[in-house]
Design a binder for this molecule. Structure first.
Ligand SMILES: *Cc1c(COP(=O)(O)O)cnc(C)c1O
Length: 361
């Protein structure tokens, strides 16, 4: 926590706004909108997954549709496609950002169209805080008239050419889950340049209650709004977001400067104009065996590191769905490692980690 979270939570108690609406929710939304800029309207929700679910629904995804989805991601990017009865079509990553490959994306669109079905949406992810190739992906999406859900769950604070992540897609989403760069313990947000889209998101997130004195419903709603208590945590966290990004980037720079000279350890560079919040520092090693040697050496010293996300097209629950892959994300999964990356790591922690890695060459 940063410091002022408790005061905002206390405010919710003092004013008895202990409900999924209230001043903290409004102020938290405003703080996010101010931070991202670009004229976005923000709806605070109960999770990032809920935000993706509503985003897809608001873009018109329904039963029987196909949705293109980055394969190299966390399962929450893909699950809402299934909630809506649609079919995910997984697309592999490219080397520079580890995110959606523009070439494979375009190939997949053309192939789905040749099969008689134009995909209804694209779920593009800024994984580990590194932005996807926003220019190229947006250009392709526009060419074919397919809207983008920008999964920015891991990329609050990241930017391309000064434009903040969350503002690139037709609808953007953030997560404030406990493991993200800032947290409300659990929470999320949906962002759109259209105020009407925000209003519709809030309507669906509050059980789709029609404008009437009694309870009347003409559509199916959800209970997806953020609690005013948790939004108090969010308000306090927004005040330290820049500090958190600085701390994460400092971790990355420390690892890079102490391990970057090793030929076996490859870091993900920021392409020109890209700014990553470095939510996690991840490295690519020459082999599965080498990666495991490092991971187990760290574990032996009670230090947890983790393999990169297992691609969705290789997951037991998702492998029956169509996918377009050139082996990039499978290679990343086999050989990549997420190093300890918390914004509370001490200098001593970092030195210990580096020392163990250097000793295990
Ligand atoms: C965390 C995460 C989500 C889901 O957010 P929740 O708030 O946990 O529901 C979605 N996509 C990615 C890439 C994530 O890392």
């Amino acid at each position: 926590m940063g410091g002022s979270e408790e005061a905002y939570v206390q405010e919710a108690f003092d004013t008895n706004w202990v409900a999924p609406l209230g001043p903290n929710v409004n102020q938290f939304e405003q703080a996010i909108a101010d931070y991202v800029n670009e004229g976005v309207h923000v709806a605070a929700l109960s999770s990032g997954t809920a935000a993706i679910h509503l985003a897809l629904q608001l873009l018109g995804v329904s039963r029987g549709d196909e949705v293109l989805c980055q394969s190299f991601t966390f399962s929450a990017s893909a699950n809402p496609i299934l909630y809506l009865g649609a079919t995910p079509v997984f697309v592999d990553s490219e080397q520079d950002t580890w995110n959606l490959s523009p070439e494979i994306l375009e190939k997949a669109i053309l192939d789905r169209m040749a099969n008689g079905k134009k995909p209804k949406a694209i779920v593009a992810v800024h994984l580990y805080g590194m932005p996807y190739k926003t220019d190229e992906i947006s250009r392709i999406a526009e060419n074919y008239g397919i809207p983008i859900v920008e999964d920015s769950a891991e990329a609050l604070g990241s930017a391309v050419s000064g434009q903040k992540c969350g503002s690139f897609g037709d609808i953007g989403i953030f997560s404030f889950n406990g493991n993200k760069i800032i947290t409300t313990s659990g929470g999320g947000a949906l962002l759109s340049k259209s105020e009407n889209v925000k209003k519709k998101a809030v309507f669906l997130a509050t059980q789709a209650r029609d404008d009437a004195p009694h309870y009347q419903h003409s559509s199916i709603g959800y209970n997806y709004r953020m609690s005013n208590v948790l939004a108090g945590i969010g308000r306090g966290q927004m005040e330290v977001l820049d500090d958190r990004v600085t701390a994460r980037r400092k971790n990355h720079n420390f690892y890079q400067s102490h391990l970057g000279q090793l030929p076996e350890i490859e870091f993900l560079k920021e392409p020109d104009g890209f700014y990553s919040n470095r939510w996690l520092t991840c490295v690519l090693t020459p082999s599965f065996e080498y990666r495991e040697k490092l991971r187990l050496a760290l574990l032996d010293q009670n230090i947890e590191s983790r393999p990169l996300w297992k691609p969705m097209h290789l997951q037991p629950i998702f492998k029956k769905y169509p996918s377009y892959s050139d082996g990039t994300s499978e290679k990343l999964f086999d050989r990549g490692l997420c190093l300890p990356s918390g914004s509370n790591l001490s200098q001593n922690d970092l030195e210990r980690i580096v020392e163990i890695i250097l000793k295990n060459q």
